[in-house]
Design a binder for this molecule. Structure first.
Ligand SMILES: C[S@@+](CC[C@H](N)C(=O)[O-])C[C@H]1O[C@@H](n2cnc3c(N)ncnc32)[C@H](O)[C@@H]1O
Length: 177
């Protein structure tokens, strides 16, 4: 899908084909969707509009980005459903439960650094990971394989002449039988 085929409201919010594809990777019925490095909170808004999650936690290590995200959330009346938190990586998620974790638009090594630092948070139960590295998917791919994740989907999205990889994985292997 090209930006031209998106509805005007979707375009105004900045919901590009890549964002729309990321939102489509969030399973219907998700209770809590966590978006690390949310920037302007466009993805959580898209996830809510697609009615895929009940609640979102959106984090970023940039205060100006979160201030902009708050303005945007107020504009679209989503402040109740999207909780903004400041800090590095998975740190701001604290002990809160989430079913789906997205890290999108970060470099592959930054992304894997975030996963490594927060991995203990993801080990005790199944979490769906949605990863969209900018600048190569080999490092996150190797990390997922080395850490026993089951790759669920491997997508390539074209947008404005560039192609983006989205890896969708679960943190625990399904138990046979
Ligand atoms: C290019 S934007 C991507 C925004 C959005 N996720 C997307 O895919 O369009 C990257 C965002 O990640 C944030 N970021 C970078 N490193 C981070 C870290 N270690 N922890 C939290 N946020 C981080 C930046 O402040 C920025 O807002």
């Amino acid at each position: 899908m090209t930006p031209r085929t998106l509805s005007p409201i979707t375009r105004r919010l900045g919901v590009t084909p890549r964002i729309r594809a990321l939102a489509g990777c969030v399973p219907h019925g998700t209770r809590v969707f966590a978006d690390v490095g949310t920037n302007h909170a466009i993805l959580p808004i898209a996830v809510l509009r697609a009615q895929r999650a009940q609640h979102c936690i959106a984090t970023d290590d940039s205060e100006p980005a979160l201030a902009d995200a708050l303005r945007r959330l107020r504009r679209v009346r989503c402040t109740e459903q999207v909780e903004l938190r400041h800090g590095d990586g998975l740190g701001p998620l604290g002990a809160d439960d989430f079913d789906v974790l997205c890290i999108a638009g970060l470099g592959p090594r930054t992304m894997v650094g975030i996963l490594e630092r927060g991995w203990s948070r993801l080990l005790d139960r199944r979490v769906r990971l949605v990863l969209n590295p900018f600048g190569g998917s080999e490092v996150p791919r190797a990390f997922l394989a080395a850490n026993g994740c089951t790759l669920h989907a491997d997508l390539t999205i074209a947008e404005r002449g560039r192609s983006y990889t989205i890896l969708v994985a679960d943190t625990l292997r399904a138990t046979p039988g």
